[in-house]
Design a protein around this ligand. Structure first.
Ligand code: ADP
Ligand code: FDM
Ligand code: MG
Length: 218
């Protein structure tokens, strides 16, 4: 028996720059919540395992070239194909921890220097997707992130891109409708960040039944 036997799960998204610590923190969070008796699923985007995800993976590894709008819509489609199962889990009392979501989707595409793709255009395909009950933005400077290891070979792993991504992330989280965003200082140690994250997540999980059913992104 778990505490959310009669209630729904929470949809918690973790966002941030490359090497902000998202994947490490998602794993720690999922494990801690499980140990506390909650039902949890950890999901990451892009989900490279589906047919759409394989197209994305090829693109990120530089194995294919795609129009900026086209790859953008594939990233969004990759979330839409997972939306139903996320909704079902949430309804069944399972909390879903998501590693990157619509914010990465809009921001990375709009950060591309050579595209005329606005943040506003990039957001549109996200409208109607399950809306996170809480978004944890792991905030880190590009310099600090770079110190955590050199850039890999994937697309977007370069200094110019990361700087633009950070600026766009910051402009997005300041929008008034994004009230569920919690900014976390990701420059601290792994353990400290994990501690800072746990508190707002537990608070959110306690409050989801007061929020009512899972909402949709607008
Ligand atoms: P992301 O998923 O955001 O790209 P990761 O969790 O994969 O980030 O972490 C990127 C790298 O930084 C890994 O080598 C990880 O061990 C290290 N790392 C993660 N969090 C911290 C931290 N708080 N302090 C120092 N190094 C960290
Ligand atoms: N990315 C990720 C996007 O450009 N759009 C998206 O919608 C998502 C979810 O893909 F550079 C980018 C961000 C990053 C790359 O990231 C894959 P991971 O977290 O290292 O797999
Ligand atoms: Mg990661």
């Amino acid at each position: 028996p778990t505490c959310e036997e009669d209630g729904r799960g929470a949809l918690v998204v973790v966002e941030g720059l490359d090497r902000a610590g998202k994947s490490s923190q998602c794993e720690i969070l999922a494990r801690r919540l499980q140990e506390m008796g909650h039902q949890v699923r950890y999901v990451r985007f892009p989900d490279r395992s589906t047919p759409i995800g394989k197209l994305i993976d090829n693109y990120l590894r530089g194995q294919s070239q795609l129009d900026d709008h086209s790859i953008h819509l594939l990233f969004s489609a990759n979330r839409w194909e997972a939306a139903r199962s996320i909704q079902e889990d949430i309804a069944n009392g399972v909390s879903v921890i998501v590693d990157r979501y619509s914010y990465s989707g809009a921001v990375y595409s709009a950060a591309k220097g050579n595209s005329n793709l606005s943040l506003q255009w990039a957001w549109q395909p996200e409208v109607g997707l399950p809306r996170p009950d809480l978004c944890l933005f792991l905030s880190i400077s590009t310099e600090e992130a770079a110190r955590r290891g050199g850039f890999g070979v994937e697309r977007y792993e370069n200094d110019t891109m990361q700087k633009r991504v950070r600026e766009l992330f910051l402009s997005l989280i300041e929008l008034p409708h994004n009230d569920e965003i919690c900014v976390i200082d990701a420059g601290k140690s792994v353990g400290e960040v994990a501690g800072d994250i746990l508190e707002p997540v537990l608070e959110c999980m306690k409050n989801v039944d007061a929020i009512g059913p899972l909402r949709k992104l607008g």
